[in-house]
Design a protein around this ligand. Structure first.
Ligand SMILES: [Zn+2]
Length: 227
């Protein structure tokens, strides 16, 4: 897997991880606390077979407890690349920029110009098909910042998904239908690859992670956080 990290921020993250590992063991494979919250048993045996390449641009402050990018990386294997940073400039990220110039690279982002994934698939004769999906990871505000900081993203094609179930992710939802990154990728790939099983396989570890968390919260006898 190819990882592009923005240097000093990554070092800081590593340091934090090391500091926290003194108190608890983190599973190397799923990056969840081991053994109680390890979700490795829910991953597919082999990477899910897909045609689409997934590129994730991750805001460096994406440190939510329920980060879902490790799930995507693990499920998609070499089909997923993660870049972490704020501004992905051409001199530092030449491969990324080359990919962004390809007309079949689409940003998964709901701009006014964004085409519905269903529409693209239904109109194969006339519509450019999505070979590569760029996804912004972080809170909704972080995603917006990444979009604004990287003007190139505004110039490429955009794709959106509509009519998806409300998120089951336990975090503050700033608006209805706001999805976790793994949900967004799972639903988009399910439509673009015309195979709902891809969504199911990607969502299985995510749902398992949320189930473990719900049981954990229940065991503490605390009220569940609002959805
Ligand atoms: Zn694990």
């Amino acid at each position: 897997m190819e990882l592009g990290f923005s240097n000093e921020i990554f070092d800081e993250e590593e340091k934090k991880k090391k500091d926290s590992s003194i108190q608890r063991i983190i599973c190397e494979k799923c990056e969840r606390p081991f053994p109680d919250h390890c979700i490795c048993s829910s991953f597919p045996e082999n990477p899910i077979e897909i045609q689409t390449e997934v590129i994730i641009l991750q805001h460096p402050k994406e440190t939510r407890v329920f980060r879902t990018v490790p799930i995507i990386e693990r499920c998609l294997g070499s089909k997923c690349t993660v870049y972490r940073g704020r501004k992905f400039e051409e001199d530092l990220y030449p491969l990324l920029h080359k990919q962004l110039q390809d007309p079949s690279t689409f940003l998964l982002y709901p701009t006014k110009e964004a085409k519905n994934a269903e529409f693209i698939i239904k109109n194969k004769e006339t519509e450019t098909q999505v070979k590569r999906l760029v996804v912004l990871d972080g809170t909704w505000i972080h995603a917006k910042k990444l979009f604004n900081w990287n003007p190139k993203l505004g110039t490429i094609s955009h794709v959106k998904i509509s009519s998806v179930p409300n998120s089951t992710y336990l975090r503050k939802q700033t608006q209805k239908g706001n999805l976790s990154t793994v949900e967004a990728v799972a639903f988009a790939l399910g439509i673009l690859e015309e195979n709902p099983d891809i969504s199911n396989q990607l969502l299985k570890p995510f749902h398992y992670m949320m189930d473990l968390q719900r049981n954990f919260v229940k065991s503490l006898n605390l009220p569940e956080r609002e959805k």
